[in-house]
Design a protein around this ligand. Structure first.
Ligand code: AHR
Length: 530
């Protein structure tokens, strides 16, 4: 059957295919067909669930209104913690949440945010935030517990002290009966919280203190020296602040190793940040759309460079994971004032997130954590709130579709098909219209493929072929699809369901080779039972 004839039989025209479809047999190859090979025996390492993490900062409406509404609010809450946002993060199995910043962290003093709420001081913070301190350590850790997520705390290096940091860690993790752990018991929690992940500062080269790499290495060693002994009962991981610009990462690691007793084993993670921006949030041009997606190459090149550097310094020794603890879209027209950094969230944002997550999946164990900025009401958020109203964004649905990759074994994929050219970092880059990643849950014999057709107008015919052990045949297949008539479509508080939660449908895939026709600007999650 010819492609045109087949599309006719299923009631679709070549352009404007609406909804993915699986071809029952392999039809004659179309010139523009993409071939996707998935290699079941070529393992990239376990995909760290923490790359599906979130970043929350006391900024705009991220914490107040979205995470915290206070116990007497008319918005349903659990002791002040907002129920609908908790449920949303639980539903996508959010693995980890970074807090309290961002730049906010380097002016934040944790002591201000514990104890009786009415006695907590009001403070000024970065970005003119009037901070009530109503939401502090105990509230954040309880919020994480309710979501089923691990906390990731960012220490104040810029304006704090080592003593303050050590006491914060003792408050969270201490087991001995001391004044600090007893205050924790009185305030909220008798048992230690066992917080594992600690960032030693945020953007210390900028808002976090304007250090140079050598000075920061000394600071880092100083913090780790006094905090490590506190982490002996429960494992603790320290994340150093890296920077993709210039030779910061190299200078930092070099300087650390030159210090008396400086050792690479003191660094469990190296953080980098990457924000994307191409035009306004909704009224972007077609060129903005493609340039944006091509810019994923920039992030990939930063990750690749950081991997090479880490390999050089670790020499096969203790692993240092790359922690992309801030990433996402930062539109040219974000909000100001009380709505600071609030921005629209269109299908384009969701497509970008899907391409980035496919890329992170492909880096195997090299990337150990990633936290999209920021969970609610700020930058590329998962949901918007306005008083009691609550709206999930298209980006949330991407995270929803990608859930099965968490903790699964990343598999090598190869793509051969039509490409687009665009510009990133002043250079022309060529990328496949198809973006894909694959993972296997061996215990369940389930394969997850996430596919993105980045083409603005045309569907993609994708011939998928599984190679290797277990590729013989399929017991079943389930497909979820995220798309909308236009990439400019968005969910807003006034129109919350322009793009709705993708539903799962059963599709007929039996053989190791089949064709999937994917609509333009869509994200697909295919789950195959081997
Ligand atoms: O996410 C907003 C800000 O961007 C963060 O506070 C800072 O770390 C980054 O520059």
């Amino acid at each position: 059957m010819k492609r045109r004839d087949f599309l006719k039989t299923v009631g679709l025209s070549g352009l404007g295919v609406w909804g993915a479809c699986v071809w029952p047999s392999i039809p004659e190859a179309h010139a523009q067909r993409t071939r996707l090979s998935v290699f079941l025996d070529e393992r990239l390492g376990k995909i760290n669930r923490n790359i599906y993490g979130q970043f929350t900062e006391h900024l705009g409406g991220c914490v107040y209104d979205a995470m915290w509404v206070s116990p007497d609010s008319r918005v349903p809450n659990i002791n002040g913690l907002r129920k609908d946002t908790i449920q949303a993060l639980k539903d996508i199995r959010t693995p980890i949440i970074r807090w309290p910043g961002g730049c906010f962290a380097d002016l934040y003093h944790w002591c201000d945010g514990v104890g009786p709420r009415e006695k907590r001081p009001k403070r000024w913070n970065w970005g003119g935030v009037g901070e009530s301190n109503a939401f502090g350590t105990d509230e954040f850790l309880e919020y994480c517990r309710l979501c089923g997520a691990q906390p990731y705390l960012c220490l104040n290096v810029g304006s704090g002290t080592v003593k303050e940091a050590a006491e914060w860690m003792e408050y969270c993790n201490g087991k001995l009966p001391t004044e600090i752990t007893e205050s924790r018991a009185v305030n909220a929690h008798a048992e230690p919280y066992s917080v594992r992940y600690w960032a030693v500062g945020n953007e210390v080269y900028g808002c976090g203190g304007k250090f140079d790499a050598e000075d920061y290495a000394r600071q880092y060693a100083h913090y780790v020296n006094f905090l490590s002994p506190l982490g002996q009962d429960d494992p603790v991981e320290f994340i150093a602040c890296g920077n993709t610009q210039g030779e910061w990462n190299q200078k930092f690691l070099e300087a650390l190793l030159k210090l008396p007793y400086g050792k690479i084993g003191d660094v469990q993670g190296l953080s980098i940040h990457h924000y994307f921006q191409r035009g306004p949030g909704v009224n972007f041009t077609d060129a903005d759309y493609y340039d944006l997606l091509a810019d994923v190459s920039t992030l990939e090149s930063y990750i690749q460079k950081t991997i090479s550097l880490i390999d050089h310094y670790t020499q096969g020794g203790p692993h240092i994971g790359i922690v992309l603890d801030e990433w996402g879209m930062w539109h040219a027209d974000t909000g100001t004032g009380a709505m600071v950094l609030r921005q629209s969230n269109t299908l384009r944002d969701a497509v970008l997130a899907a391409v980035v997550l496919n890329s992170l999946n492909q880096f195997g164990t090299a990337v150990s954590m990633a936290n999209i900025a920021q969970t609610f009401n700020v930058l590329q958020s998962m949901a918007f709130t306005r008083g009691p109203e609550f709206v999930l964004t298209p980006t949330y649905y991407t995270f929803d579709l990608y859930q099965p990759h968490m903790d699964a074994m990343g598999l090598k994929v190869e793509i051969d098909g039509p490409t687009f050219k665009s510009e990133a970092q002043g250079m022309e880059v060529t990328r496949n219209y198809l973006s894909a990643s694959a993972s296997l849950k061996e215990s369940e014999q389930k394969l997850c493929l996430t596919l993105v057709n980045q083409h603005l107008t045309d569907p993609l015919e994708v011939e998928i072929e599984l190679h290797g052990t277990g590729s013989g045949g399929m017991r079943g297949a389930l497909l979820r699809e995220l798309t909308s008539p236009s990439v400019h479509d968005e969910n807003t508080v006034d129109k919350p369901t322009v793009i709705s939660r993708p539903v799962e449908k059963r599709v007929s895939v039996k053989m190791a080779k089949f064709v999937l026709v994917i609509p333009a600007h869509s994200v697909q999650a295919l789950r195959l039972e081997l």
